[in-house]
Design a protein. Structure first.
Length: 79
């Protein structure tokens, strides 16, 4: 959000991310969706129904995301 395109490219390269990463240069999209914190991960059912939103670096570590996905795969809502 409101970042520099070159900084975003560098971050993507450094982390080896292979998924799409968007740059919201003026913050317009963040304002529409009420995003105030990055990183932000939204877990949604097929069809777009939001189940849970994980905000900030503590909730979006690899371990935290793996736990949430495992709970979803077992059919339990994340804690």
């Amino acid at each position: 959000i409101r970042g520099d395109r070159d900084d975003v490219r560098k971050e993507v390269r450094e982390h080896g991310w292979g998924f799409p990463v968007a740059l919201d240069a003026d913050g317009a999209v963040a304002n529409v969706y009420g995003v105030a914190v990055c990183p932000l991960v939204v877990f949604a059912y097929r069809g777009g129904v939001v189940l849970r939103t994980a905000l900030g670096s503590e909730q979006t570590t690899a371990a935290a995301l793996e736990r949430t996905v495992a709970r979803l795969e077992r059919g339990r809502p994340p804690a």
